[in-house]
Design a protein around this ligand. Structure first.
Ligand SMILES: Nc1nc2c(ncn2[C@@H]2O[C@H](COP(=O)(O)OP(=O)(O)OP(=O)(O)O)[C@@H](O)[C@H]2O)c(=O)[nH]1
Ligand SMILES: [Mg+2]
Length: 247
């Protein structure tokens, strides 16, 4: 049976008392998933080696839909517009985000993932091949808007950053822990809306630290510019070449 047959015949398991070991199709599905993860990790490993060798700092930005990834990228590109900076932006279908970003900077590639819910290392490999980021540059990746599977794939990035909008509620890190466990930094965004939503910032930070005690948190309102100097300083500190070399 080839992969296509497998997907066509696989059944979805919804009952909690049904176990993969009782279901031959589910077993095959799991094996296929394992092979895909293995392949992804091999490509991600090559990418990471390449990025390290050429001193390219790569940030994988992950969030639920509409949390503010593209707006953050717009502001970031504007700030670093004379610097060696590149963006790979992804969504299921449309050129919307790339069109927004290209008004500010030409180094933008849009990936449409179609039925796939996140970017994988192979997509990044092809985008990087096309974009050819120069040595000692920065590449920012906007992953597909979702918290469930976008955290799952290694893209060879240097850092994972998650954006959490206060409009999505306080419990998000408990409901989607994987990405918060893996992330190096979390921007708690849209804090200009705090007066209108049921979201206690201190309680949210406590929950987040329970999931990942090492995570760095910046409170932001990207629309109002709040917290952006901290974000820019963090990026600048990680830039392979000191910014004053370009001034
Ligand atoms: N009030 C408020 N709105 C914001 C803030 N940041 C982003 N937004 C708004 O939220 C909406 C979505 O922002 P985007 O940057 O497009 O979000 P995204 O994460 O790129 O969305 P997807 O690509 O669809 O996943 C836009 O209307 C933004 O103006 C913020 O700090 N405060
Ligand atoms: Mg976007």
């Amino acid at each position: 049976m080839n992969a296509e047959d497998l997907f066509n015949t696989s059944i979805k398991i919804s009952g909690a008392d049904i176990h993969a070991q009782d279901d031959p199709y589910r077993k095959q599905e799991i094996n296929l998933e394992r092979q895909l993860i293995k392949k992804n990790n091999i490509i991600a490993g090559h990418l990471r080696k390449h990025f390290e060798g050429t001193q390219v700092f790569v940030v994988n930005l992950i969030s639920a839909p509409g949390a503010g990834k593209t707006l953050l990228l717009e502001k970031t590109l504007f700030h670093f517009k004379d610097k060696p900076i590149y963006v790979i932006t992804a969504d299921q279908d449309s050129m919307n985000d790339a069109n927004r970003l290209r008004r500010i900077h030409p180094n933008v590639i849009q990936i449409n993932t179609g039925a796939f819910c996140r970017l994988d290392a192979d997509m990044i490999y092809h985008a990087v091949h096309q974009m050819k980021p120069e040595s000692e540059s920065i590449v920012l990746i906007e992953n597909v808007g979702n918290l469930l599977c976008s955290g799952a794939g290694d893209l060879g990035e240097s850092r994972k950053v998650v954006i959490w909008s206060v409009a999505d509620g306080e419990k998000v890190p408990l409901k989607y822990p994987m990405i918060f466990e893996q992330a190096n930094m979390c921007l708690i965004n849209k804090i200009d809306l705090l007066a209108h939503v049921d979201f206690n910032l201190e309680k949210a930070r406590e929950l987040l630290f329970k999931v990942n005690p090492e995570i760095r948190i910046i409170n932001t309102s990207i629309t109002k510019g709040y917290g952006l100097s901290e974000w820019v300083t963090w990026l600048t500190d990680h830039m392979p070449i000191q910014m004053d070399a370009y001034q």
